[in-house]
Design a protein around this ligand. Structure first.
Ligand code: CTP
Length: 443
């Protein structure tokens, strides 16, 4: 990737025209403002690796906020600034750019949020996590496409190495340990041995304990959001990080089998035209949490900033997971009707079901989800209004009748509105004497 000419060629080949036009405009504006502007970080890394990434981070040598204000005006976008950090975000249409003033960061104490002061590009890149993320490309017109590589990032990209820029990198920001693992696995790289040594040192010094759980969870979620997180999770195990992330988790071969099974499970669902979960990381998270003790689940509940539905799922998986999985197996093997499956799965989220199924037969899982979709799409012909027309007084009984109709329909016993009406009439007649004597309706 060496020369600037090659970088420009790569940009022309790989980037969509609107991004090239945007860079052109940025360069021209930067010249007009008398500042140097660079695109930096993950964008450059991925450009050189030939990976699609349109997350644009600009660094300005000069007043970044002033430049961002001009650029936002030019793009007719909205601008949000953070004066304290010298950063700004510009949004227009469905696009977004981050703009930062080149800055130097210093930490008041390890694992603290950094203090910042304006600086030049070299210092800005030096404060970053890894050499492969510390590359920049100049956008000013005269030197457009000049690759800035102070720390041999290109060499590390070529050799597939994740290397920190300075010894205390992990001590100052322990989230970088998880980032190193994520990049290593995502690109099939290796954490460079000395860097690995620094990571182990920071772990031995218990630096991770200084982090808020929120930051740690964010990083864990990023790992779980990668296409195949299993190898990264194995790395977390090797480094003894579960003790901090999910205390009590034992990474057994079976956990690994389950986690490794998820990508093919999602693929099989997609190929069968079935909806796949929007957030696959939740499936992985549930698999891991299923292997915790109750104490571990309570720890997650107390320390992780999770939504209530996820908390409910975690406890449910723990308490009822095994029985539910057994019931699913029985349903798959037997010839129970769809209404039976409906009663098993009624209160389960899609992610939790997938977490239960991981490691089991793929065709069975697809069959299960096909049936589940059929269940969800099945509605009785009658609606609440039809029940009203049958002179049934509105109340909770409506939900019970409609649910009962749905079950009958699922099992093929009712197929049209007329039959449903007759069924409801019969139901009410049968129930009437009972409700008189027992004082309730037992539909
Ligand atoms: N960065 C860092 N230390 C961190 C987080 C981020 O030094 N703890 C720097 C890196 O230089 C990184 C840049 O900030 O390239 C942007 O961060 P982010 O968007 O999180 O990372 P990307 O490298 O773009 O990675 P991804 O592809 O996962 O978005």
């Amino acid at each position: 990737v060496g020369t600037d000419r090659q970088v420009v060629d790569r940009m022309r080949q790989q980037l969509p025209p609107h991004i090239l036009d945007l860079f052109d405009d940025v360069g021209r504006l930067a010249d007009g403002e008398g500042v140097q502007v660079y695109v930096v970080g993950g964008f450059v890394r991925d450009l050189l690796l030939g990976v699609n990434n349109l997350d644009i981070d600009l660094v300005v040598e000069g007043d970044g906020i002033c430049f961002a204000t001009e650029l936002a005006r030019f793009l007719k976008g909205t601008l949000r600034t953070h004066e304290k950090f010298g950063t700004a975000v510009i949004r227009w249409g469905d696009q977004k750019i981050d703009v930062a003033t080149a800055r130097r960061e210093f930490y008041q104490y390890p694992a603290a949020l950094p203090q910042v002061e304006a600086s030049d590009l070299r210092q800005d890149l030096y404060r970053r996590d890894f050499t492969i993320n510390a590359l920049a490309i100049r956008l000013n017109r005269e030197r457009f496409g000049e690759l800035v590589d102070f720390f041999q990032g290109v060499k590390d990209l070529e050799q597939g190495l994740v290397r920190v820029l300075y010894n205390l990198s992990f001590v100052e920001d322990p989230t970088r340990i998880l980032r190193a693992i994520r990049f290593e696995q995502r690109y099939g790289f290796t954490i460079e041995p000395q860097t690995m040594g620094f990571a182990r040192e920071a772990i031995a010094r218990q630096m991770i304990r200084e982090l808020s759980y929120e930051r740690m969870v964010d990083e864990l979620i990023l790992i779980l959001s990668e296409e195949n997180p299993a190898p990264a999770l194995r790395r977390l195990t090797e480094l003894g990080l579960w003790e901090y992330l999910l205390p009590g988790l034992v990474w057994t071969p079976w956990v690994e089998v389950e986690v490794s099974a998820v990508p093919s499970m999602l693929k099989a669902l997609a190929e069968a035209g079935l909806p796949v979960p929007q957030r696959p990381w939740v499936v992985y998270f549930y698999i891991l949490a299923r292997h915790l003790s109750m104490e571990g689940v309570c720890f997650v509940n107390d320390h992780y900033p999770l939504k209530q539905v996820m908390r409910d799922d975690l406890f449910k998986l723990h308490k009822e997971g095994k029985d539910t999985n057994q019931a699913l197996m029985n349903w798959l093997r037997g010839d129970d009707p769809l209404s039976r499956l409906e009663s098993i799965l009624r209160d389960w989220s899609e992610e939790a079901i997938l977490a239960l199924r991981a490691g089991f037969s793929l065709p069975d899982t697809v069959r299960l989800f096909e049936a589940w979709r059929r269940i969800r799409e099945t509605r009785p012909c009658l609606t609440g209004n039809d029940l009203k027309a049958l002179k049934i007084p509105p109340g909770p009984i409506y939900a019970r009748i409609l649910n009962r109709l749905r079950r009958e329909r699922l099992d093929g016993r009712l197929t049209d509105a007329g039959a449903e009406r007759d069924f409801v009439r019969r139901l009410l007649q049968e129930e009437a004497p009972a409700s008189e004597t027992k004082g309730g309706n037992h539909v």
